[in-house]
Design a protein around this ligand. Structure first.
Ligand code: GDP
Ligand code: IMO
Ligand code: MG
Length: 433
């Protein structure tokens, strides 16, 4: 039995899709546990590139059952469309299971997401506009619609009517926006819901039975540690728990079934949307990283903000997730740099104006905002490293770079990615026993 969590160790887009795909070959189930269609997970198989959003990355692996857990914000319209587009490309999506208790994202959540962002003006979060925040807000307010409701016309109609009565007041009177028609929302939910009905199941029961029978389950996180609603750079975060604990609450599997927690980090750092990012680069090196790493969003196509590797962020991810292994991706992107700075401390300005050097991430967001990175410079390399599978064949400077990241993060590095393809990887330790 293996219960493996794959979690982002930075601000998202670390290569979780690829890491999941690399492990999925040995898995029976791959379960998404949080987030929704705000995620964009890339899996490259030969000449085919799949950008998965709600679908667990395991779906492209024929032997794997893909599960959407109760912790996911499920947009039925998006899922039906994504499923159809995968089918069109020859991917069998019949091995899909959807939790009956997953929260449903509706048209009014998507609309409210966009309207409330523009209302925030300069303080906006820079969300993906996929209705994620409003869906989780309704969940916590106990007025959310769950997948099981989609199969009960009376229940869904009553909930939508009741919710829109209030939300339309908010939309028209506070936001100055147009009201929404409850019947249209209900029709959309019932139509798409009917198409998803064959896949709905008690997925907690399925996953627990599978683990009890000795099967292997991978828990795939959307977003990342620094976007976590509790542990991230609040309020510039998503509205769910991408951190490892979220895998348990988001699937109904207890922590005693988890055997590994694998964090994924780039060999540098990127972020999409607003919020603090101490190692962000605003000069030509930032643009160089963006160009070399093709750093543009999978979902929104926004240019990603880029910066150097931040050891405080990744060490924090090691701690709050209890990581057992790290996957470092995109080492190949750094090829050609003479020197590579790595952030090893911050100088932060305290509330009284004094400056302090810290090596742990400040939890007080006011202090985090003031963080100025302190760098250590490592040597770069010029040789093309894409596709090298033997660590010892990497240029000495690249080996030193990886070993230094391992030391600073305080967690062993088990895989190193050096290209987008499945076989562009160096395996240092097996991730499945
Ligand atoms: P995710 O959201 O964490 O799954 O990551 P994304 O798919 O949003 O972004 C990661 C990008 O990096 C994708 O375009 C991947 O194909 C690509 N990628 C992943 N690992 C590597 C790697 O080791 N080298 C290179 N060059 N690209 C990689
Ligand atoms: P994957 O799974 C990177 C960011 C948004 C915004 C904040 C809140 O591909 O790593 P939301 O729409 O969730 O309310 O937006 O979170 N964000 C992501 N950034 N990768 C993602 O997913 C993200 N999902 C959300 O840019 O700053
Ligand atoms: Mg992504």
């Amino acid at each position: 039995m293996a219960g493996i969590i794959v979690v982002g160790a930075q601000w998202g887009d670390e290569g979780k899709g690829k890491a999941t795909d690399l492990i999925a070959g040995k898995m029976d189930y791959v379960a998404r546990y949080n987030g929704g269609s705000n995620a964009g997970h890339t899996v490259v198989v030969g000449d085919q590139t799949y950008a998965l959003r709600l679908m667990p990355s395991g779906i492209v692996n024929p032997g794997v059952t893909a599960v959407i857990g109760n912790g996911v914000a499920l947009d039925p319209k998006e899922l039906v469309e994504e499923k159809a587009s995968l089918e069109q490309r020859g991917v069998d999506t019949s091995h899909l299971l959807i939790s009956l208790s997953a929260q449903v994202t509706t048209g009014y959540h998507r609309y409210l997401d966009r309207v409330s962002e523009s209302h925030l003006g300069k303080r906006k979060i820079g969300t993906t506009g996929r209705g994620i925040g409003p869906t989780y807000a309704d969940k916590i307010n106990r007025i959310g619609i769950r997948v099981a409701d989609l199969f009960d016309e009376k229940a869904v109609t009553a909930k939508v009517e009741q919710n829109l009565a209030l939300k339309n007041e908010l939309l028209t009177k506070i936001y100055g926006a147009e009201p929404l028609d409850a019947h249209k929302v209900v029709d959309e939910l019932l139509t798409y819901g009917e198409q998803l009905r064959p896949y709905a199941a008690d997925t907690s029961l399925v996953l627990n039975k599978a683990l009890d029978e000795g099967k292997n389950v991978l828990f795939e996180g959307g977003q990342a540690t620094m976007l976590d609603i509790d542990h991230g750079t609040y309020p510039f975060v998503t509205s769910s728990n991408p951190t490892a604990g979220g895998a348990c609450t988001g699937t109904g599997v207890g922590p005693t079934k988890i055997t590994r927690v694998v964090g994924v980090s780039k060999a540098y750092t990127t972020r999409v949307g607003a919020g603090p990012f101490p190692t962000e680069l605003f000069d030509e090196s930032g643009q160089w990283l963006r160009d070399r790493g093709h750093e543009y969003g999978v979902v929104t196509k926004r240019p990603r903000r880029t910066g150097w590797f931040d050891a405080l962020v990744v060490r924090y991810a090691v701690r709050v997730n209890g990581l057992t292994d790290l996957v470092i991706t995109k080492l190949d992107t750094l090829t050609g740099l003479k020197k590579i700075p790595v952030c090893v401390a911050y100088d932060i300005t305290d509330h009284d104006g004094s400056v302090r050097r810290v090596t742990e991430l400040p939890v007080d967001q006011g202090l985090f905002d003031s963080a100025k990175p302190v760098y250590e410079e490592l040597d770069g390399w010029d040789e093309n490293i894409t596709g090298i599978t033997d660590f010892d064949r990497l240029p000495a400077a690249a080996q030193t770079y990886v070993r230094r990241l391992e030391e600073l993060a305080g967690c062993r590095i088990s895989l190193v990615g050096n290209g987008p393809q499945r076989d562009h990887v160096i395996r240092l330790h097996p991730l499945v026993d």
